[in-house]
Write a protein that binds this ligand. Structure first.
Ligand code: DOR
Ligand code: ZN
Ligand code: ZN
Length: 354
């Protein structure tokens, strides 16, 4: 069979994205809007987006920061904490702009953020979410320092997620940024109301990438990259065509000096080449024909939103990734593959490939 040179797919959505706010948001937003129609915007700001009013205001700031003429729909997620008020749930589901509530276990989160100290404290809110059919988005890792960092996702499945799925059988749950064979298995075996997002860095890289010739702070994210057998299994699941798995970049902007630091932040910035890198991953798995389902259909179907009708086209062709993305006066972000190349290229909107 001839090697495929172009690929046209319904415009994708990013079901897990960090945009931050202010200058950083202005710098990263065009990277996402160049190829995604919608994105689920994470609420872990300082302070977190914890109320519908805050989500509406944040959404307004995102829309105001869009490049002129660009169509893009931010989908908002609220931040769950012990203090989360179940009354917010009804208001959120009526709002039309809040599409999920995000659980960060206490201690996972960036310093100074509350997170959830004990899931039982959130049972009233979760019961209300089940009632109103508002999805729960989960950062699925335990935070005990007694649990090995490579086992934190697996342990969370047993200790927290399995009981949660059993207790709230109708609650729609998205296990975010899965990184292990155990998470793949958990989602595959769970009922249809449990799904997962998959990042491109967890599909393409294993934990050796953290130590290639020296320590690589720009490859440090959470969940931390795992051994090769896990990467291969995550890639297999994402490219299998199973509608439980869909695209969520977890593209996470951090300024260079906060990552190249004695205590560097977790997060990989991938929005600048997201759909192109996913195309590389699907090609590696011999599954380019399944990219559209993963990137453009499965997530919309799970969230019960219409599929996008516009299309994008990718063409085969190497292009160089910038060394840095400037962030106003504040500094710069080092994108994944900085100074390297990517094998697929996004054609300009409306342009036909040569
Ligand atoms: O690596 C990560 N960075 N993982 C997360 O879950 C959060 C994110 C961030 O906000 O920077
Ligand atoms: Zn997370
Ligand atoms: Zn995230």
């Amino acid at each position: 069979m001839a090697t495929r040179q172009t690929l046209t797919l319904a415009k994708p959505d990013d079901w897990h994205l960090h945009l931050r706010d202010g200058e950083v948001m202005a710098a990263v937003l065009p990277q996402t809007t160049r190829c995604f129609a919608r994105a689920m915007v994470m609420p872990n700001l300082h302070p977190p987006i914890a109320t519908v009013e805050q989500a509406v205001a944040y959404r307004g700031r995102i829309l105001a920061a869009l490049p002129p003429g660009v169509r893009f729909t931010p989908l908002m997620a609220l931040y769950l904490s012990d203090a989360f008020d179940a009354a917010q749930v009804a208001q959120a589901s009526r709002s039309g702009c809040v599409h999920g509530v995000k659980l960060y276990p206490k201690g996972i989160a960036t310093a100074g953020q509350p997170g959830v100290s004990a899931i039982e404290r959130c049972y009233p809110a979760l019961a209300a979410m089940e009632e109103h059919d508002l999805p729960l988005l989960v950062h699925g890792e335990v935070t005990s320092t007694l649990v090995d960092i490579f086992d934190r996702e697996r342990t969370f499945l047993d200790e927290t997620l399995a009981p949660l799925v059993a207790r709230f059988p109708r609650l729609r749950i998205v296990l975010e940024h899965i990184s292990t064979t155990e998470a793949v298995r958990f989602v595959e075996q769970a009922p249809p109301n449990v799904a997962a997002t998959v990042t491109v860095h967890h599909m393409l890289m294993n934990r050796n990438s953290l130590f290639e010739g020296g320590i690589r702070p720009h490859h440090y994210c959470i969940p931390v990259l795992k051994r090769e057998s896990h990467r291969a299994e995550v890639l297999r699941a994402a490219t299998s065509g199973n509608p439980k798995f869909f695209l969520g970049t977890d593209s996470a902007p951090h300024l260079r000096h906060t990552k190249e630091n004695a205590c560097g932040c977790a997060g990989a910035f991938t929005a600048h080449a997201a759909i192109e890198l996913y195309a590389e991953a699907f090609e590696m798995a011999g599954a380019l024909d399944r990219l559209e389902g993963f990137a453009s259909h499965h997530g919309a179907d799970f969230y019960r939103l219409p599929r996008n009708t516009e299309t994008i086209t990718l063409e085969r062709g190497q292009w160089p990734v910038a060394e840095r993305i400037a962030v106003g006066e504040a500094g710069e972000i080092v994108p994944l593959r900085a100074g390297g190349t990517v094998a697929w290229r996004l054609c300009a909107a409306g342009a036909q490939p040569a």
